[in-house]
Design a protein around this ligand. Structure first.
Ligand SMILES: [Zn+2]
Length: 327
């Protein structure tokens, strides 16, 4: 038994976020054998955070009763712009990292090959390999969370563009002169339909005296508001929340139409915390709007679906990255 296990290849997939680090250990068929989670503590020095990533990987390996020597490679999805070839984080605003040699530092600590990619690129790879059985040639992933990110697969390969930043779907401008975006521009998709944008619109409406049961649930300052609370409010017939979510879904549909018009992929996958919590409320509006705004020839036969992977897309993607690059 032990001998068979030792011969098998295992991969670690890591999802590095601003607040938490998730690691999953996968076999070559992408079955998850075990996982671990630690907080990121992004306010600490990069070296210390990298030490926490290493600990999270070791914890997950231990959880599966495996040894680090049995791990063939580690794949990490990291937020921000990434030089995947060099394994460097060029700029990750929510970690406050600039020019961090993540691959090199982590390989030193774990003595295993490490591959680094942008988190949305890793997530779309994970969904592509683990969820899309039909293996379409061209796929676009759009992830709605605190911000909005995207990943593009063309001809079965990640498309990273000229300098590696392709797929910044969240910064597609949709409303001229619209709300200010974290990138410095205005009216970006992210400034209209991310969780941050939805929460901001709700707070503004409450400050304007609009009524919502969220203030009864959470108090007037909507403290600790989560995407799941929005779903509960809509189920209870809250018109304000319903209207704001409908608008976010419409903006998302417009973004999908723009992408489909340009790239004509077979599949557009939507994921991230907002879609996990509000997919039932948003998907039909997203589809309808995408059809309305997309040109017929481009949208015909394109499937626009919600990912079923939820939070796991990142760790599966890390494992796929590790497996792809170890072959
Ligand atoms: Zn922007």
């Amino acid at each position: 038994m032990a001998e068979t296990a030792a011969k098998q290849d295992f991969y670690a997939g890591v999802d590095l976020g601003g607040t938490k680090i998730l690691t999953g250990i996968f076999d070559a068929n992408l079955n998850c054998l075990g996982r671990a989670k630690v907080s990121t503590k992004a306010e600490r020095e990069p070296d210390e955070v990298i030490g926490r990533i290493a600990r999270c990987v070791r914890d997950a390996v231990d959880e599966c009763d495996l040894d680090m020597k049995q791990i063939k490679a580690v794949g990490i999805g990291a937020p921000g712009t990434v030089d995947a070839e060099a394994g460097r984080i060029i700029f990750a605003p929510n970690l406050r990292w600039e020019g961090i040699p993540l691959k090199k530092s982590l390989e030193k600590q774990l003595a295993v090959p490490v591959h680094v990619e942008n988190d949305c690129n890793a997530a779309i790879l994970g969904i592509y390999e683990a969820e899309l059985a039909s293996k379409p040639r061209h796929v676009v992933g759009i992830f709605l969370g605190t911000g909005i990110g995207g990943g593009i697969i063309l001809d079965g390969k990640l498309f990273s563009g000229f300098t590696g930043t392709a797929g910044e779907i969240g910064h597609m401008v949709i409303v001229v002169g619209g709300p200010k975006c974290g990138c410095g521009s205005r009216g970006c998709f992210e400034a209209l339909a991310s969780r941050t944008a939805i929460f901001r619109r709700l707070s503004e409406a409450v400050a304007d005296g609009k009524k919502t049961i969220l203030t009864e649930m959470l108090g007037p300052d909507l403290k600790d508001l989560r995407s799941g609370d929005l779903r509960k409010a809509i189920k209870k017939g809250d018109k304000l929340v319903e209207q704001i979510i409908e608008e976010a879904a419409e903006y998302t549909g417009i973004a999908v139409a723009n992408i489909v018009n340009i790239l004509n992929p077979e599949v557009v996958v939507l994921g991230g915390g907002v879609i996990d919590a509000l997919g039932d409320e948003m998907m039909s509006i997203i589809l309808e709007t995408a059809q309305d705004y997309g040109i017929n020839d481009a949208t015909q036969g394109v499937s626009i679906v919600a990912s079923k992977r939820g939070d796991d897309a990142g760790i599966v993607g890390g494992a796929v990255l590790a497996r792809r690059l170890s072959k």
